[in-house]
Each structure stands twice: as structure tokens, then as C-alpha cells.
Design a protein around this ligand. Sequence first.
Ligand SMILES: *Cc1c(COP(=O)(O)O)cnc(C)c1O
Length: 430
Amino acid sequence: MSNLLNKNLNTTNMPDKEGYFGEYGGSFVPKALQRVMDEVAAAYEEISKDPGFIEELRMLNETYTGRPSPVYHAKRLTEAVGGAEIYLKREDLNHTGAHKINHALGEVLLAKRMGKKKVIAETGAGQHGVALATAAALLGLDCDIYMGEVDVKKEAPNVSRMKILGAKVISVTTGTRTLKDAVDEAFKAYLKDPVNQIYCIGSVVGPHPFPEMVRDFQSVIGIEAREQMLRQTGSLPDAIVACVGGGSNAMGLFSAFLDDKSVEIYGVEPAGKGLDTDMNAATMHRGKKGILHGFKCYFIQDENGEALPVYSIASGLDYPGVGPQHCYLHDINRVTYESATDREAVEAFYALSRMEGIIPALESSHAVAYAVKLAKKMGKGKRILVNLSGRGDKDIDFVMENYPLTEYEPEEVMKDGYDEFLSHIQSKTN
Ligand SMILES: *Cc1c(COP(=O)(O)O)cnc(C)c1O
């Protein structure tokens, strides 16, 4: 697996030395922080070619996370939809329940190699915080997680997880007391001691080298899935689909297929309560170009270029910007960016649970919802691979409170097909 970090796949000659994917990416940070970012970039450049580092990460992926995660043929869902065959890349089966552990392990290993004592990060819903706290516990580093006071109250189970894992959770009480303020506080703390600490970003966003580094750590998803599809079906999928928040699980899958001209690629953004409302986080649909959190991308902004509040039922998707490589792939038309609403995500959440015995994360449910539409459009004989980025355990209380579907459903409802199943659950959960 010398290509674990995806360095020899030719489309990933991106970014350039300054961290640009076309006009996107780069690094727009204060001078003091730029020095630190240059150090991280240089360390990563060296380490990503070091066979010892690559082997250490490969071993952890295999023996700790449980990789490779399987590719699973969702036959009952396929049958109910009545179109293209649907396959799932099971990132939900990873230790800690999502793809985020893939880059958390890479980042904390890098931190350790750089001689850092502590990793710090912000977290919204707590998913990135838990993944990082896990990797820090495993590798014996201190971990400080900054979290808005509002989120600390809302996401109690993840706060407990982080504390049990030995991380310090710092409740941020400035501003709106949510993610944005947590980012500011974490960066402030970082600048106070950039020698002993390192900031670990949770997606393919932020200043160079993070979009490149996080993509490389996530590229194991696509490398595995491409081989698994070839082995199981004898050919590449006709289309691949992933949900897009910052875009890390999507880039992880997409990167291995970018050169495969026959493979259509779809990113699915959260349409929230509708694309025609402001209650969504559909960045490619509503965003304009600008600088956000130290890098150039499309982001949802007001007339003054300030990021606007965004919304999704899936807290992992409600980010106003999107990774720079996605912006580039959008502009050159290599990836098509579609969306799914809250409602469609909840329907897909129930469909996958009832038809396959898999409770998906609400984030991943967006990808499933769009894949179902695409399967109908592409028709029989085609194959679609969906990245199931995480499991839904974290979402069950929310779904049962807001969209309860507790009644027994006769098996017939499922046999009648996907649309009948949908109208059935719509009538029950309205
Ligand atoms: C955080 C998260 C996402 C969104 O992040 P990306 O960087 O866009 O992948 C998607 N799915 C799950 C399960 C997550 O936890």
C-alpha cells in the first residue's frame, strides 16, 4: 500500500506548492500563524513520503479502526427502488462510527512526530472532537477541545465521551457561543503556544496544508472502494455519491476515481428546509467566492463578505464554506453538486434502517437520499457506490423526538416499492 496517501494518483498533483487548487485554497492567515502553517506543511511534506509513517498509519487503520471497511450491496433497497444497483462503502463500521477517525489518526501521528505535546481543535456537534480525543488517547497526547457553550449543552453525550477519553472540553462563552466562536478561541489558544501545540482541522478546509493533508488521510476510502468494486462486480461503478459538509468524506472517496472518465461523481449538499429558503447549507448553490477561515472557497455570505448562519438537520453538514478542491472540481465540471432536504434525509434514514438493518448518520442519509433518485434515473444494469460516512446512533433521539415512526410496519409496505414506503412514512411522521 505505498499509495496509501494517494500521492501517485495523477489528479492529486494538486494542490500546488502554495496550496492552490486552481484559484481556490491557499493560506490567508496572520504572519505569526503563517510561520506555524509553513512548519506543518514542511513536516507533512516530509512525513508523507516516509515509509515508516505510512506503515504506522496503515497498521493503525487495519488493527485499530478496523479497515478495510466493507463495500456492501444493498439488495433490498435496490429492489425497492427498482433502478441501478446500490452499493454502500461502510465507513459507519469504523471504530468511533464514522470516517473522521481516518484523518484524526493521521493528524495526531503527525503531531507526535513533530514533537508536539498537545492537539487542539474546535468542534460543533462533537464528532470531530470525539475522533481527535480518541486518537490523542491512543497515541498519548493531551487534547483540548473548544466548544460553544450552547453546543456543550446540546451535545451532552459527546461531551461525556471526550471527557472519558481524557480530553479537556473548554466551553466557549463569547459571541453566539457556538462553532464560530469556538474556532476563534481555539486559534487564539493555538497562537499562545504554537511550539507545544498543534491545531487539527476536522475537514478538507482551512489554510494549506490542511485541505491536502486531510484529503490524503481520507483517500484510503476511495482506494479501498475502487478495488472492492472491481473485485466484487468486475468493473468500476457507473456513479459514486457522497455527502458534502466541509467535504472530507467526499474527497476521500472521489480522489481515487477522478481519473476514471466513465465514473460520474456526485456531491450532495444539505438543502435543509429548501433551496429557496435561507434554512440550508447548500454552498455550491448559494455561495460566492471569498476568503473564509484562512482559505479561498465558495461560501454563503452577506453583501459585506461575512459568513451567514447556515442550517441543516445534520450538524456535520452545516458549514457555510466548502473545501477548495471541491470548488475546483465544481468549476471544471468533474463533480456535480446536488442536494437533499432534511425531509429526504429522514426518509432515507428510515428506508435504510427498515430495508437493510443499517441506521445511517443523518449526514450520510443525504447521500443515500440522492442515490435513490439517481438509481431511478440511471435505471437497471447500472451501479452506484454511496459513501456511508457514519452511523446514526448519535441521531436516534433527535429523530424519535421530531420524526417518530414507532408503529409496526407491515412487510407489504416495503414490497410495494420505495415510493410507497415513502408515502407511508410521510403519512405517519407528518
Ligand atoms: C462530520 C461528518 C460529515 C461531514 O464532514 P465532511 O468533511 O463533509 O465529510 C459527514 N458525515 C458524518 C458521519 C460526519 O460525522
